[in-house]
Design a protein around this ligand. Structure first.
Ligand code: NAI
Ligand code: MG
Length: 398
């Protein structure tokens, strides 16, 4: 088989540090690939007025697989101020390149596994009977619809007349908001399509079946958000009944789920939700397994085979300029393992996961977050491993 080309998208801040180390780990594990670098992020917004240049989209289209670090996003005003002066008169509006990638390539399946590593000092523990504590072993995989719903971008402040009139045809809008001046109304829509909903549900059920999870939980709020959440749950019932009768279908409300998170997180297997609730519930679970240094994700389109794999964390600007990087590369390394699974390099993925697990279980090499330190440049003197040392430890196990 010919050598693969991976589009390396370091982005901003700590993105580059974690991506560089991850590529070293991939090399050490015997993954043979060429890497081409794709431009993305704040730097390109400032200099070109576009954080996701067309040439980057072309690269991803051609090579299909992207490994992405993190980007910086800033509010509207800051985005305008930092734009290079000659571009400021062009009416450019900043929008997140990562959301742009999802929508451009229809990367509608987002998958965020949250698995406990034995020996991670950040693992969630729970008070048990008497003075005892439990450390539940969590193995949940969140499937988040990635392109629709509340993050679909269909929103207005002071909506156009036609939109306002359409809203007024709904009796509840008329009754509850009809007396409010139009220019005092902001509307963000939550659009679910049958196709998008079916795709995320099937991805979740297929994953449960393939990896032997006993349940799929739809985590929405169908009793209140009747149309969108309601549609998702109803479709899940149909899909389960016809195609996955051996898998149990559970239904939780997002608010209750966040409460139960610390009660019985080990009971959940595959969880599926719309865009926003999926974002929330996946961050909730990530917090139980060590937080941002450990939370990995994949977003892909099963039909085109295009996928972008990235840690959940952002660019952590306060650590970006450290001479020696202190952040934890595990989330990025785990995201690369998801990439390997996606391109069916499962054996290499397994090897890397085993090496990471051994390093964590051994506990000799730990980044500052694992030592519960406040992140400063001084943590290295206090015994925390650097980003490079953490990757070195994984490589040594390989
Ligand atoms: P963040 O995830 O960048 O950082 C929050 C805090 O989490 C950090 O200050 C640090 O204490 C910790 N942290 C993050 N990654 C870590 C790692 N690998 N190891 C150890 N500790 C780690 O989120 P924040 O500060 O809210 O946002 C910073 C920038 O990143 C913003 O511009 C935001 O828009 C952007 N962002 C980008 C994302 C992406 O690229 N997908 C996701 C989230 C935020
Ligand atoms: Mg999030």
């Amino acid at each position: 088989m010919s050598k693969r080309t991976i589009v390396a998208l370091p982005g901003d801040g700590i993105g580059k540090a974690v991506l560089d180390e991850t590529i070293r780990v991939l090399d050490a594990a015997g993954f043979e690939a060429d890497y081409v670098e794709g431009d993305i992020g704040w730097e390109f917004w400032k200099s070109e007025g576009n954080p996701l240049p067309d040439r980057t989209k072309e690269l991803i289209k051609k090579h299909k697989i992207g490994l992405f670090g993190a980007i910086t996003s800033k509010p509207k005003d800051a985005a305008f101020e930092e734009l290079s002066p000659e571009l400021q008169s062009k009416g450019l509006v900043y929008s997140s390149p990562i959301v742009g990638l999802r929508q451009h390539f229809g990367l509608d399946i987002c998958m965020r596994p949250c698995r406990t590593y034995k020996g991670n000092p950040l693992n969630f523990i729970r008070r048990a009977q008497g003075d005892n504590f439990d450390e539940p072993e969590i193995d949940a995989v969140i499937f988040r619809q990635n392109t629709e719903g509340l993050y679909g971008g269909v929103e207005w402040s002071d909506p156009p007349e036609q939109v306002y009139e359409a809203l007024m045809t709904h009796p509840k809008f008329d009754k509850n908001f009809g007396h409010v001046p139009k220019d005092e109304i902001s509307v963000s829509t939550r659009i679910f399509t049958k196709n998008g909903t079916e795709r995320i549900l099937r991805a979740a059920f297929n994953h449960a079946k393939k990896y032997g999870y006993k349940s799929v939980t739809v985590c929405e709020k169908p009793n209140v958000i009747r149309e969108t959440s309601g549609m998702m749950f109803k479709m899940a019932q149909e899909i389960q009944k016809t195609d996955f009768p051996e898998i149990e279908l559970w239904n939780t409300n997002i608010d209750a789920q966040m409460m139960w998170l610390t009660k019985n997180p080990e009971d959940y297997g595959v969880i599926v939700a719309g865009n926003m609730f999926g974002d929330i519930v996946s961050d909730g679970f990530a917090g139980l397994i060590g937080g941002l240094g450990f939370a990995c994700s994949a977003q892909f389109n099963p039909e085109t085979g295009i996928g972008v794999f990235e840690p959940t964390h952002g660019s952590a600007p306060k650590y970006a300029d450290y001479e020696t990087s202190i952040v934890n590369p595990v989330a990025m390394i785990e995201s690369a393992c998801m990439m390997l699974d996606f391109i069916e390099e499962n054996e290499i993925a397994k090897k890397i996961r085993k090496a990471v697990a051994e390093v964590i279980a051994e506990g000799k090499v730990r980044t500052y977050d694992m030592m519960k330190m406040r992140g400063t440049a001084n943590v290295i003197n206090e015994g925390a491993a650097t980003t490079v040392e953490m990757a070195d430890a994984v490589i040594a196990k390989l």
